[in-house]
Design a protein around this ligand. Structure first.
Ligand code: HAM
Length: 418
């Protein structure tokens, strides 16, 4: 028995309605704000992610699916979308277009993580990226897009956590203070954080190990070491979020796992879905485009994990699954009737009406049973007698009412079913 790879999933028709609902909501909120959809390759040159996402991140160091192509090039399956979008913006000359540039995507991503509830090796993201705007209004625009999206899904049990991790001019000072603080407790840190102390000390702040988080609780806070510009930017963001009534919590432990961030970082955290509770994460990345070989171009964005959104929706959202039904099922008895039923189905479908008939060769009884299973709103039985008279009985399955319709003039049927 061949099974799917660990940490991946099959999305079956009974579940795909939820996915469709989420994707529709994403497209709707993006359209309202003028974000255009971008699609890009599933794999990219590995160096895009090592330079963009960052060499010292867990994503690049431990989690990428990397392979050497036949021509010797190293490629990796995308672990996220932002670096690819930035690469595409540069490569397609979009950096010279009218700014701001607003893009969104719905993609699958790949990370070799230890699978658990809400954490997969192939997972799905809805992401949005905004280029060419450095103002706190742009940050607000992105956060409100994410907030609107969650509301559109009927998700109300999330909280927004924001932080500022400063810029290249104020962060070195903060990092030094952090290294000094953690060095004093070095022996107690977990092994991963011991190595992070030199390579990426900010990541110790969001380590989930109980001892590390206990030590991190009293660590210096990024917002206490921001330069004037970063501080003003953060205050500007808070003022705007207050103005539009988006509630947030300033959380000094939000540092994000990817290296490209500067200034604003944020996460929407969901209650009650277990340890993997960040449903949406993002932030500003003003240095990324330049870092991967493009011009100076500011950016900010987020990505929401669709799998975790589904868990959240199952855990209490206004989402109600609509029962699917088919307007018409035609039961056909015999070869000639089957031809007629096939013709009627085709004509109805041309009019945008869903209709089904027997394609298995079942008995009348079995056909009616099937009609029930697919929740047919109406049924029509066509046999020799009906073909001869050119008339058949349309039965409304909800109230049992029958009406005679013509088999030659399809408009009558169309009017009833529309
Ligand atoms: P990220 O925090 O790595 O950020 O991922 C964004 C979201 O993807 C997470 O909040 C989570 O919901 C989901 N996610 C991540 N890993 C997994 C996994 N293994 N299984 C299931 N869901 C997962 C980024 O990817 C950035 N590119 C976001 C961004 C866009 N920042 C700026 N622009």
């Amino acid at each position: 028995m061949i099974q799917k790879p660990r940490g991946t999933m099959d999305i079956l028709p009974k579940d795909s309605k939820k996915w469709e609902f989420i994707e529709k909501a994403a497209r709707k909120v993006c359209k309202k704000r003028g974000f255009g959809e971008i699609r890009f390759p599933t794999f990219e040159e590995t160096c895009l992610f090592s330079r963009g996402v960052g060499d010292t991140t867990d994503v690049v160091q431990k989690e990428m699916y990397t392979f050497i192509d036949r021509d010797g090039t190293s490629y990796s399956l995308r672990p996220e979308g932002t670096a690819s979008v930035a690469r595409s913006v540069i490569e397609n000359g979009l950096a010279g277009d009218t700014m701001p540039l607003k893009l969104f995507y719905i993609i699958n991503c790949f990370r070799h993580e230890r699978p658990q509830a809400g954490r997969y090796r192939e997972f799905y993201q809805f992401g949005a990226e905004l280029f060419g705007a450095t103002t706190p209004t742009a940050d607000t625009e992105l956060i409100s897009l994410a907030d609107d999206f969650l509301k559109e899904l009927g998700i109300t049990n999330t909280s927004l956590h924001i932080n500022s991790i400063g810029c290249p001019s104020c962060r070195p000072q903060y990092k030094a203070a952090l290294v000094e603080y953690f060095s004093a407790n070095q022996d107690e840190l977990c092994d991963t954080c011991k190595s992070r102390l030199l390579s990426n000390p900010l990541r110790i702040l969001d380590c989930k190990s109980p001892i590390c988080s206990k030590i991190a609780a009293d660590a210096p806070k990024t917002i206490d070491s921001l330069c004037t510009e970063c501080s003003e930017h953060f205050e500007g963001l808070k003022a705007r979020l207050d103005a539009i009534g988006i509630k947030y919590e300033v959380d000094s432990h939000i540092v994000r796992g990817l290296d490209y961030y500067s200034r604003t970082v944020f996460e929407f955290i969901s209650e009650g879905i277990g340890a993997q509770s960040t449903v949406c994460g993002g932030g500003r990345y003003d240095g990324l485009v330049k870092q991967i070989g493009g011009p100076e171009l500011a950016g900010i964005g987020f990505a929401a994990g669709i799998n975790r959104l589904i868990l959240t929706m199952e855990n209490g959202s206004a989402y109600k699954e609509e029962e699917s039904s088919v307007p018409l099922y035609i039961a056909a008895l015999g070869e000639k009737a089957s031809v007629k039923a096939t013709e009627i189905c085709a004509l109805l479908r041309n009019e945008g009406i869903s209709a089904e008939t027997d394609i298995v060769g079942r008995s009348l009884k079995a056909q009616m049973k099937y009609a029930n299973k697919i929740n047919a709103q109406n049924t029509l039985i066509v046999g020799d007698g009906e073909l001869e008279s050119g008339k058949a009985q349309l039965r409304n399955m909800q109230n049992g009412e029958q009406s005679e319709i013509s088999l030659s003039d399809i408009n009558e049927l169309i009017n009833i079913l529309k």
